[in-house]
Design a protein around this ligand. Sequence first.
Ligand code: F6R
Length: 609
Amino acid sequence: MCGIVGYLGTHQAAPLLLEGLGRLEHRGYDSAGVAVLGPSGIRVAKRAGRVRDLREALPKRFAGKVGIGHTRWATHGPANDVNAHPHSDSKELVAVVHNGIIDNAAALRDDLTEAGVDLVSDTDTEVLAHLVALSEADTLEGKVAEALGRIHGTYGVAVVHVDFPDRIVVARNGSPLIIGVGDKEMHIASDLAALVRYTTTVAHLADGEMATVTPTGFTTYRLDASGLAATNRRAKTVDVDPAAYDPGEHESFMHKEILEQPASAGRVLRGRLNGRFATGHLGGLNMDARELRAIRRVKILGCGSAYYVGEMGATLIEELARIPADAEAASEFRYRNPIIEPDTLYVAVSQSGETIDTLLAVQEVRRKGGYVIGLVNVVGSAIAREADGGIYLHAGPEVAVASTKALTNMFLGFAMLALQLGRVRDLSIADGRRLIAGLESLPGKIEEVLATEERLVAVAERLAAAESLFFVGRVRGFPVAREGAQKFKEISYRHAEAYQTSELKHGPLALISPDVPTIAIVPLDELVERNVAALHEIAARGGPLVVVTHEEVDLQGLEAERIVVPRAERELDPILLTIPLQLLAYHAAKQLGHDIDKPRNLAKSVTVE
Ligand code: F6R
């Protein structure tokens, strides 16, 4: 969602800010703006639309070596030029960019209006600009602290002020804020993607922390009732390859990330499989064998694709460890006053580690005394920090909105967790070895699926012509169908609905027609015959069929497009069945001419409820 950038140094700020905003585009936004502090005070330029629209609209003279920028995802008020950030006070002393939501904005707007302030936008952020400008504190740090003390809500915020031209003051509460140390210059961003081109020496602010950034360094403080206490945070060099933020020769990040899966799957497994005891070796869980044995239930929480892979994970845990497990949308969990049980292991799954619904669910569980582990890709993210333990996914930066390689590594994380839970219970050493061999073979088998891409292009192009599609599967195959439908709808904008194959005859069969294709997940498992029989019912009603299946499956003369994937151990089949669905979605969206990495209305990390 919204993105923040900032710059202080020896170069003109505006081009660098625009470049940084361009690198945040994948997060989703509907307007963009920059403010620079120059010889004639603060200058602001902002526009609804893309960063390129802002670049074109930027005045010729826009000088200043200190500046902030923002991509906005509309929450309070529509996407227009006025509501775009940065926001200023009436005298243009201050400019503010803000990610997050100010919950008491309406009350503060009333107070400000009563005090004679003229509010020009519909946003919550504008109140912050006025509060900073009205503060009588002597320092910019004091003014920002006083203003933040009056607001309730979440924020990542960056503030410039004409009376303090050598600095940007930043603060964080629930929305990421990173300071990058460059060569005689400093960078600020809400996402590493915006600054890795310039530096990988960074400091991540913690919630409740504030910092003063000048062209030569930064100082951090904790914001508390008694004032500002130094926290002495230092920058560290992070191990991230700037090339991961570059699509290279690929047409899109999504395509690049799909093809990276054999390598990224190998990374999540590395060092985490113990051949001697035929088990998983997940030190980050912070639980010993006795504690793992004491678990009576597993509850998995995630949103969107992370929720669907959580369903795959729940099946793995039930099958391998025989512990009751289920997945629930984190966005719903908190609102039903969930019963938190002491012997339940809660698992939060999130690529970004910043999804607010998942983060709030984690906080709810911990507040009630539950134990939560995170399956998270972004190191040091909010969920990773909040959880009691976890498994980092090591997928590398995922830039495309549609999650692919992170999702695959989530599945592998669940498989290792299920193996470890199973091996402290009744899973035999032979089964443990069988699964380890299966896991180790997966990167190569993913490679085999990817090698069939050319054939999938033609199938995808036919599917792209349909307005409406079904994705169906059973048991292990049903979350695969849900994830397949999710990927298809989010980038092709076609109506794609997932159903249990067994449920078709209880209603949706009425929709089957030659215009409505069905993509069916039919692994070689104990349900194969029933699955094939259900597909014949679809065929009998003229419904076109694409069947994602194994070589050995006999489709009994069914007229269908057949997509064959290699077999893994049966528990691991779901991930190999998922990969062709990523490619089908990708090529259908490409055929339709969509902006694949930036699907309409969607954001990479959903940081507002
Ligand atoms: C789908 C997709 C979303 C995310 C969801 C959770 O391709 O990317 O459905 O899976 O928004 O995001 P994270 O995993 O960052 O919590």
